[in-house]
Design a protein around this ligand. Structure first.
Ligand code: IVH
Length: 679
């Protein structure tokens, strides 16, 4: 294809994609299935990549998934790259197994084979091979859209650039026309230490853990630098193929090795919960001796057909689970205890620790939660303590080694005055948390701005705690609305900000103006309103104005909103200062995008055909059908190949059986309720 042809094709693709967007988003009447849509998007992405000079600034690719690409090209995965649900106990593992059996219509003692793999602690990559050659590699991104990092991935030695030929006769067998391989890119401990040694020598900031180092390396813009990072890659998941049939995870892993990929040596099969549990314990025993970090074990239903039947719940397949290892605890010493003031004024005592490695991460601070916890555990400055990191949460002090005390340890009491502003600290009846009541407290102001800009909120890149401090100290920002008045020149005049980062920051702030409504609601920092509730509220009220005006009854009418949450929302919007702030935000041009599901449509239901059978407890069958329709679904009276999903209530009979025979997805009442947003 030459440039002229490419230009014409790009134009027609853009027009077509826009048209489908319009049908899908505005008219609620999709004219094409997801696959067809993906194909258009992919073709456009491909052309934009091959002819970057032709990529249009208004390309629809730039809108999908939010952020404009700055460095790497965006890449829409053929099929979403899913996440894994976690289990933290044997009970949760058993629940998972029981759900899988139920979904498959298997009795508790029927055979159900799982493949067990280590849960590697790196980041997921997708590799695409066409006719045996590596053509694209992409990060997972948000699961739908990742970034093309092909150049960097080519530098990883574990990644075959060409698939090894299969079969006896090397030349008779052709590689599959298309192969989509997913796996984990990671660093082993030695590689991680080497990188940090080099960075220390170059006086560059160190990576906190191997995972961050791997992520930083794969997103390194200069492939020459990436090539020097000792990245590893283990393949573990199937993302699709043409010209190759794969029937199970076990077969896939075998094929992967034959194609020349590395897979973990720890992989094995298990036939039920008992065997999974035993393998899990064996994994834990091996954990420390492995050359790299693993943070759990993944159990996957082996059979692909069964995987298909089980399907997924939002981003989580119902056929796999990550059985997480217990948190690691390490011994260290408390050097000091400091008090942090959060955005709601909560005073949190924080232990300053002698730095220690916990599950591959250097820990030098740990939360002590509150005074009651300190008293209960009798934590003193100078104590030897066990600290623990569980998943992503902040490390905490678990217990004190009292036998190690030598008499110089000092007890600690939270101050009576706020360490940031000097206001008298209050602790309300029945509350464990002590608070600074001063809404103008500089610490609270700072934390609320940091929260506003944070990832799950307005996601203003480059506006972290340090920059916020700089802006506050310079008197440029006193509340979040002030952010929208900053200009690059003023910012660049600040010592800590280079001209380029000043410009980037202004752009990032500008881009945040149109974040979805739920992000803005969350960003405001209303007490008790986390990311999830913010989403619920955005959907229920559709605008900030409507939410602000809602009364107690209107709020509690929303499923999931109880009196406590309602009270705190009313309190927030009742405060004149907050109302002024919201006005100032709007005056500054903040225009949150209304929630997509405002029409009531939900991608789980939209355009799909459901059959409800058996008795439901929460609603009559016609009621349940009406609710499904309200979410954009269709309902039918009998099961056929065209049925997408059967809802099986109590004592479901022949329709359920038929669904099982046809391999139609089956959900139970609980899941339907959850999908409908009822509990
Ligand atoms: S399978 C459909 N297998 O865990 C499931 N993921 O929490 C797709 N991970 O994004 C993932 N080891 O980065 C799978 N053996 C393994 C894994 C693994 C690590 C990561 C992966 C994924 C995340 C999900």
């Amino acid at each position: 294809m030459d440039q002229r042809q490419a230009k014409a094709r790009i134009e027609s693709l853009v027009a077509e994609i826009e048209r489908h967007n319009h049908y899908y988003y505005d008219l609620d009447r999709p004219q094409i299935d997801d696959e067809g849509y993906d194909r258009l998007v992919r073709e456009l992405a491909d052309l934009e990549q091959r002819f970057p000079q032709l990529a249009r600034p208004d390309s629809p690719l730039r809108r999908i998934g939010g952020k404009p690409l700055e460095n790497f090209e965006k890449h829409r995965h053929r099929t979403p790259m899913m996440s894994l649900a976690n289990a933290f106990s044997r009970q949760e593992l058993e629940d998972f197994d029981a759900r899988a059996r139920k979904g498959l219509g298997l009795s508790p003692d029927a055979e159900l084979t799982y493949v067990l793999e280590p849960k590697l602690d790196g980041l997921a990559l997708e590799l695409e091979y066409e006719n045996g050659l590596l053509v694209r590699a992409a990060t997972r991104g948000d699961g739908e859209i990742g970034e093309l990092v092909t150049q960097n991935v080519r530098t990883i030695r574990d990644v075959p650039l060409a698939l090894k030929p299969q079969g006896e006769d090397l030349f008779a067998r052709r590689p599959p026309a298309y192969l989509n391989v997913r796996g984990e890119v990671f660093l082993d401990r030695r590689g991680f230490e080497r990188i940090n040694r080099e960075r220390a020598a170059a006086e560059e900031p160190l990576f906190a853990n191997p995972r961050n180092a791997a992520a930083g390396s794969i997103r390194q813009l200069d492939p020459a630098i990436a090539a020097r990072r000792p990245l590893r890659f283990y393949a573990y998941a199937f993302g699709g193929a043409e010209g190759l049939e794969v029937r199970s995870q076990w077969e896939w892993l075998t094929l992967l090795r034959a194609f020349g990929f590395k897979t973990s040596d720890l992989i094995r099969r298990a036939a039920g919960v008992e065997e999974i549990q035993q393998a899990y314990e064996a994994f834990i025993a091996r954990r420390e001796t492995l050359p790299f970090d693993i943070d759990g074990m993944v159990a996957k239903v082996d059979d692909f057909e069964r995987q298909r039947i089980l399907g997924e719940v939002s981003k989580y397949p119902r056929w796999a689970i990550a059985y997480k290892f217990p948190a690691q605890e390490k011994l260290t010493r408390i050097l000091d205890i400091q008090v942090q003031v959060g955005r709601t004024g909560a005073l949190t005592p924080v232990a300053i620790l002698e730095p220690v490695q916990v599950s591959g991460v250097e820990v030098s601070r740990a939360t002590l939660h509150n005074q009651d916890e300190i008293d209960r555990k009798d934590v003193r400055i100078g104590d030897s303590v066990f600290v623990r990191r569980a998943g992503e949460v902040i490390p905490e002090v678990v217990a004190v080694v009292k036998e190690a005390r030598r008499g110089a340890e000092r007890p600690f009491k939270l101050p009576k005055e706020c360490p940031a502003c000097g206001a008298d600290v209050v602790r309300e009846e029945g509350e464990v948390v002590a608070r600074c009541p001063n809404r103008d407290c500089p610490a609270q102001v700072k934390e609320s701005i940091v929260h506003f800009a944070s990832k799950g909120a307005m996601d203003i890149e480059g506006l972290g705690p340090k920059t916020v401090s700089t802006l506050i100290d310079a008197g440029l920002v006193r509340r979040v609305a002030d952010l929208y008045r900053l200009d690059a020149e003023t910012l660049a005049a600040q010592e800590r900000l280079a001209e380029k980062s000043a410009q980037n920051l202004v752009q990032a702030i500008e881009a945040s103006k149109t974040r979805p409504l739920d992000k803005l609601i969350f960003a405001l920092g209303v007490r008790h309103v986390g990311e999830h509730l913010a989403e619920v509220l955005a959907r229920a009220f559709g605008s900030l104005d409507a939410l602000a005006k809602a009364d107690e009854a209107g709020l509690t009418a929303v499923f999931e909103v109880g009196p406590e949450v309602a009270g705190s929302i009313r309190l927030f919007f009742g405060e004149p200062k907050n109302r002024e702030l919201i006005q100032a935000l709007f005056a500054a041009g903040v225009r949150p995008a209304p929630p997509a599901a405002q029409t009531g449509e939900d991608p789980f239901f939209a355009g799909k055909t459901f059959v409800v059978t058996g008795a439901l407890a929460f609603a009559s069958r016609p009621e349940a059908e009406a609710m499904i329709k309200a979410k954009g679904g269709r309902t039918a009276g009998s099961v056929s190949k065209k049925t997408d999903c059967v809802v099986a209530g109590e004592a479901a009979g022949s329709k359920l059986k038929k669904a099982q025979e046809l391999g139609v997805a089956i959900i139970d009442e609980d899941e339907l309720k959850q999908r409908l947003g009822r509990r």
